[in-house]
Design a protein around this ligand. Structure first.
Ligand SMILES: [Zn+2]
Ligand SMILES: [Zn+2]
Length: 326
């Protein structure tokens, strides 16, 4: 059973999960358990998108969602074990699901069709809506690890969903900032940020009525790119069909740029509104994508201060040029 332990110095939780260490280091492609026809090698499916009527855990699916075989967290007890300054810990309650992005053995998300990526976004919406019915869940993290350097142990393209019974400190911090900004200015910080970036122009990779795609002024990681919906929206699941289309199209284009320029190691994740509060007015969801090239050194670990070796103004220029060449 896994466990949350609190670091009071940082006010941050650490998850201890020995189950994770049982994951195979690297699976041979010939026995990929995420491929169509291998359904019996995963835990029973939770959800799927299929082109025809089919029995669960049989071929004929397009996208399949299964519980993670080696979960970081799992449903069960959700209690404080101890609640004191030196020992504050909680049962490792949570949900950990795997979204198998395609029935084909595709390694990189950019190799999927735009329509397929759009379907993956639909699956995220479906799962968020379902998981939100669980009143113990406070935050849902949706992410994609691609390539070994990005944390993937299975090469078949997949995304993951981890639902937490508490708010990560980072999410709490960002959420508090947005709340304060809204209280002071009566507007959303991210909506205002879009206006500032549009006026400044120097960091815009792409902008239309639906999305601003930009590396942020203070982006912490090399070639980190944010997708910001132009329409004010707290919850990712409120995205409409046109917005999904643009999002899918540019996830494909930019992840393909990363693949061509840096190889396939990449992370993508959605930052959506925490569940526990009614904060629709000030929260504004975003999606982030970044190639994984460098590891973190002692300085970054000791200070949590990132060193980014390229200014975002240059990052924007390089990606924009690539998109113009397409
Ligand atoms: Zn496969
Ligand atoms: Zn907004």
């Amino acid at each position: 059973m896994s466990e949350f332990r609190k670091n009071p110095l940082k006010n941050e939780w650490v998850i201890f999960s020995e189950e994770r260490s049982k994951r195979p280091k690297k699976e041979k492609v010939t026995e990929c358990r995420f491929c169509e026809g291998m359904e019996i090698y995963t835990p029973p499916e939770i959800f799927s998108i299929s082109s025809k009527n089919r029995e669960p855990d049989t071929p004929g699916w397009i996208i399949r969602v299964v519980p993670n075989k080696f979960p970081v967290l799992s449903p069960g007890d959700n209690n404080f074990i101890k609640n004191e300054i030196f020992y504050e810990n909680l049962d490792g309650y949570g949900i950990h699901e795997v979204v198998i992005n395609s029935n084909r053995h595709v390694k990189f998300i950019s190799q999927l069709e735009e329509a397929e990526i759009k379907l993956i976004l639909d699956v995220f919406i479906e799962r968020i809506s379902e998981i939100k019915k669980n009143k113990k869940i406070k935050y849902i993290s949706i992410f994609l690890n691609q390539g070994e350097k990005a944390g993937a142990t299975i090469e078949h393209s997949h995304s993951q969903i981890i639902a937490l019974p508490l708010l990560p400190e980072l999410v709490k911090k960002e959420s508090n900032f947005l709340k304060k900004y809204y209280r002071d200015k009566k507007t959303c910080y991210i909506c205002d940020l879009i206006n500032v970036e549009v006026k400044d122009k120097v960091r815009i990779i792409y902008k239309d009525d639906f999305f601003l795609i930009t590396p942020l002024f203070y982006s912490g990681y090399f070639f980190e790119v944010d997708f910001i919906p132009v329409r004010h929206m707290g919850n990712f699941e409120d995205i409409n069909s046109m917005e999904k289309e643009v999002l899918a199209k540019y996830i494909k284009k930019i992840s393909n740029f990363f693949l061509e320029k840096f190889g396939g190691n990449m992370n993508m994740f959605i930052k959506t509104q925490p569940i526990c509060k009614n904060n629709k007015d000030y929260y504004h969801w975003t999606l982030k994508i970044l190639p994984r090239i460098n590891n973190f050194g002692g300085f970054e670990l000791s200070t949590q201060m990132n060193i980014n070796t390229l200014f975002p103004e240059k990052t924007a220029g390089v990606i924009k040029e690539y998109l113009n060449r397409l």
